[in-house]
Each structure stands twice: as structure tokens, then as C-alpha cells.
Design a binder for this molecule. Sequence first.
Ligand code: PHE
Length: 355
Amino acid sequence: MDDLKKILFENQGKIKNIHSKDELDSLKTILLGKNGKINQLFKKLSELENNEKKEFASQLNDLKVQITNSINKKYSEIELSTINQKLKNERIDITLPGREVLSGKIHPVAQVIDEISSIFSEIGFSIEEGPDVESEFNNFTALNTPSDHPARDMHDTFYLDSSKEFLLRTHTSPVQIRTMLKGNSPFKIIAPGRTYRCDSDQTHTPMFHQVEGLHIDENLNMGHLKGCLDYFIKEFFEVKKIKMRFRPSHFPFTEPSAEVDIGYKIKDGKIVIGEGDKWLEILGCGMVHPNVLKNVKVDPSKFQGYAFGMGIDRLAMLKYGINDLRSFFESDCRWLKFFGFDPLDIPTNYRGLSR
Ligand code: PHE
């Protein structure tokens, strides 16, 4: 009997000192296996006298139960400590700064749209949008563009089908029509967006961006147009002084019409706005034609105003020194990394537009 207690005591000590599953597996085989110690002892039962058998069998059973329990307990302990060790080893410190941070960039066109929106918002213009697919009516007819006008030529316009009823808008001016049809005077809006013309070279891409401006109220004149553009160009190019020139021009939807050039010079390979004697055309504008107002049920004897349209990509090229328009739309990540803007530097007038 004392032997059994000794066996229990000894083996519990052994179990206690085991720290690996393999060791425990082999001890388990030695003790509880088919030819293990306990089974050997059970075999001895037959050698005993009948009166001793019962007592010994019950003690042997106790021994087996206790050893089994200790071994199972040890298995759980080992399993738990393995998991804890694993968790400790594989722990990631998510507060560490990244070693390689790939941050996205804002495309110069998106940046310039934000800048323009910020500048015009400051003087009370709200922002409108229109769809890329337009009706022939909004893009041309309502804008006083007669059906024989060269701008409607197949060379310039992407029509969507042979009926020529729908097209990809060739300018943002149809947003003037949409805005005036759905609201009441006065109107003071800008409308940035994509425009399409069948044209492609270093300074033309089939898709490009424009921003439209429309201001309709009582008593507006060319002076207001000039003041507005003067303010915009100074703010946009972040200069105190600019040179601006209005050249007479023609658009069916404005009368009188003008094209605006800004003065610049090239210094050390860089463009300087507001100095020098070179001129660069940047926008078309004029006083909204009375026929356009009539087409959208605005009374031209009471209301009038000005409109303008600028090429956004062109403004971006000028401001940020990018010389091939086609590179804007090639989706080259290296280009974007170089010319792109930080997503968190949202342009605002008070904090600065591009810095
Ligand atoms: N829509 C004209 C263009 O694309 C620009 C323009 C807009 C001119 C508004 C006058 C008034 O060239």
C-alpha cells in the first residue's frame, strides 16, 4: 500500500516539473499506457489473496484517477502557456510609426477645383453641377447657338447617336441653363466639371475641365465682370498685382463678348504672372445674351448679368508649371507623386490656397 502512495508522490513531483507536451506525452505512456506502470500493477492483482484484492484494486483505481487528473491538468497548463507565449511573441505595437507609408495625393485638377471653389465662395458664389451627358438643347439651342453654328460641327462635338439629341457637353455653359430653369433670379453660381471635345495635342485633350461662372441680378454690368475676374485671378495666382486684357470676341450666348488674357513673363525657366509683356488667353466671358435669358424665362428687361468660362487644366498648368496637358490624364503614379497635393491641406482663403 505504501508503495502506491510513493508512486503517486514521486510521479506528481515529476509531472510538476514537466514543461513540454512531448515530455508529458512520454510520461503518460510510461504510467497510463497499455504496458504502463499502472496496468502492470493491475496485473499483480491476480497474485493477491482474495481479501487483499478488493482493497488493493480500489487504491489502485484511486491512484489511476489521481495521476490521470494531474496529467490532464498539466496538459491544460502547457496549452495555456504556449498560447500566452505565442501571443507575446506575435504582439504588434500598433502605435509604432509605419516604416513605409504610401500616402495618396490630390490630383492638380482636383486641387485647382478646390482652390477656385474656395475663392468664389468667399464672394458669394455657390457651386452647381451638371451631368456630362447633355441634351443638344441645353448645350447649344438654349444658349442661343443656331443650328448652323460651327461649334456644332461633328469635328468638335461627341454626339451619342445619329439623332444628335444627346451629346457629351462641349462646355460647362449648359449648367447656366439648368440653374436658371430650376430657380428664380438672382443667380450667383460657379459650375466646375468635365467637358469634351474631339481634339488631342499638347494643349488639347478630348476630355478637359472647365469652370463656368454666372451672375444674374438687377443692375449688373461689364464693370462687375471685370472686378470679379480681377479679384479671382489675383487670388488664384496668389499675387498682389496682375495685368489683364479684355479682347473683343464672339460667343453666341454673350453680348458683348470678350476673351481675357493675362500678362506674364518667363524668368529662370519659370512663369511669373503679373509682370512682363507676354499675353496668355485664359478665359471667355461676356454679358449674358437677352435671348438666353428669354429661353429660361428670365425677364431681360429686369435682369441681366455676366458669365464666364475658364479651362481648369490650363490654370493648373500655369500655376504649377506643368507643360504637357496630356500628362494630366495618363494616370502615372510617379507624375502624381511629384505634382500632387497633400490630402489634408485643403485649400482655404484664410489659411492659404497652395501652401
Ligand atoms: N463656353 C465658352 C467656351 O467654352 C466660354 C464662355 C462661357 C464664354 C461663358 C462666355 C461666357 O469657350
